[in-house]
Write a protein that binds this ligand. Structure first.
Ligand code: B12
Length: 356
């Protein structure tokens, strides 16, 4: 496992409130016109942003991986541009953050943390201010994915459900519906929220509807005969994004595994108890927000330290693992896969030595 330097990350988090205050003081002192540009709440919003940047920065520092922070700033640039925050103002905010880190942290830690911010600043000019759609016409089932998403955007979840049930009745596989309809539709919903085209409430509605419609497909999912293998699948403590790992669990179930899907935000001790109780062959751990990757590493350490977990193989996956392909090694997992289909192939290799 790569040697990980936790110190700058711990210092950044321990001094978070002071750093946030100093960044925003410096920003508004040097550019008083920001008050006119962003209104009465501008200062408050800038404090929220700084606090967010620090959470992501600390995680990247803890994993010794500046690319995670650069990726986060690319996401923030789109998010803020679509809310009328100028890229030049984001860059200036980051310059203030770097100055404060250099001034307030011990020299070595300040240099490392400041270096991560510099990496993001250097990459910023090439980062786009908008994001293309996740529903591509060349992909299988893209017409259905479009219709499904449009139905949900109009608030017609019954129609969305019927579209999916009709497709399955016409022999479209449940796996294809998951990978080519639900997954791109969820990514697209995220993009529309990020680019300020739909509200948080609309995103919640679409997500809840997708979970409901996934449940309507369960008679197909549990119809397979069993192969004697067991999977425990969970989101790490703190992470609320449960659909991805639920899909992973459902793919294993359809492949003949016995699966125990634990959902969002599961405490580590409960995951370990479940691995032991069910004699799991594989544990699938999911994190979507990169500041939860530490929790994945902590969970994996705890599982490895528990002799009763035997030689359970551990897969880690989700958004940050897809952005940074070497991340699974840094958290001590046995492997990762970009989607549910690839996850079953990898797990079959791990437990049987053959592809699924
Ligand atoms: C729905 C959603 C939510 C819901 C989740 C509800 C629920 N019950 O699941 C709620 C509202 C809670 C939420 C909250 C937040 N969210 Co959110 N969310 C999403 C959204 C729109 C869809 C997630 C989803 O269902 N994806 C579909 C599944 C199928 O895809 P997937 O997770 O990638 O899973 C596949 C693979 O990754 C892989 N995989 C996944 N897990 C595993 C595990 C293993 C072991 C393996 C091998 C593979 C694997 O296989 C899966 C199936 O093929 C995403 C958009 C996106 N791009 O995903 C944003 C998104 C992830 N959220 C985002 C953000 C910022 C947040 C918040 C921080 C917002 C806020 N300010 O509060 C919070 C954080 C909450 C928390 N503590 O976790 C950002 C993250 C950006 C970033 N740079 O990190 C995204 C990308 C939206 C965006 N475009 O801006 N969110």
């Amino acid at each position: 496992m790569t040697e990980i330097d936790r110190l700058p990350s711990e210092l950044v988090l321990a001094n978070r409130a002071e750093i946030v205050g100093a960044v925003v003081d410096r920003e508004f002192a040097r550019h008083p016109e920001l008050v006119q540009r962003y209104g009465r709440l501008g200062r408050e919003k800038s404090m929220q942003d700084a606090s967010y940047h620090i959470a992501f920065l600390a995680q990247a520092l803890g994993l010794g991986d500046s690319a995670l922070f650069v990726d986060y700033i690319a996401w923030a640039k789109v998010m803020l541009a679509q809310r009328k925050v100028l890229a030049s103002d984001l860059a200036f905010h980051l310059e203030c953050l770097r100055d404060v880190l250099l001034a307030q942290l011990p020299e070595a830690a300040g240099a490392v943390a400041g270096g991560f911010v510099t990496a993001a600043l250097q990459a910023m000019p090439a980062m786009p201010e908008d994001m293309p759609t996740f529903i591509h016409d060349a992909e299988p089932l893209s017409p259905l994915a479009h219709q499904y998403l449009e139905a949900l955007r109009r608030g017609q979840r019954q129609l969305a459900s019927q579209l999916v049930l009709d497709a399955v009745a016409a022999n479209t596989s449940v796996k294809d519906i998951y990978l080519h309809v639900f997954q791109p539709a969820q990514y697209e919903i995220g993009r529309l929220w990020q680019t300020n085209e739909i509200s948080v409430a609309q995103e919640h509605y679409c997500t809840a509807a997708t979970q409901l419609i996934m449940s309507q497909l369960y008679p197909h999912i549990f119809a397979t005969s069993k192969n004697g293998r067991t999977l425990v699948a969970t989101c790490v403590a703190g992470d609320l994004h449960e659909i991805g790992v639920r899909m992973v669990a459902d793919f294993f179930e359809m492949e003949g595994w016995n699966t125990f899907y634990l959902g969002a935000n599961t405490p580590h001790a409960s995951v370990i108890a479940m691995i032991v109780e069910k004699g799991a062959d594989v544990l699938a751990v999911s994190a979507t927000i990169s500041y939860h990757v530490d929790a994945v590493r902590d969970l994996i350490r705890a599982v490895r330290a528990e002799p009763a977990c035997g030689d359970v193989r551990i897969l880690a996956g989700g958004y940050p693992f897809n952005r940074e392909p070497a991340l699974w090694e840094k958290v001590g997992a046995d492997g990762s896969a970009a989607d549910a289909q690839k996850a079953i192939a990898l797990a079959a290799q791990m437990v049987n030595g053959v592809a699924a």
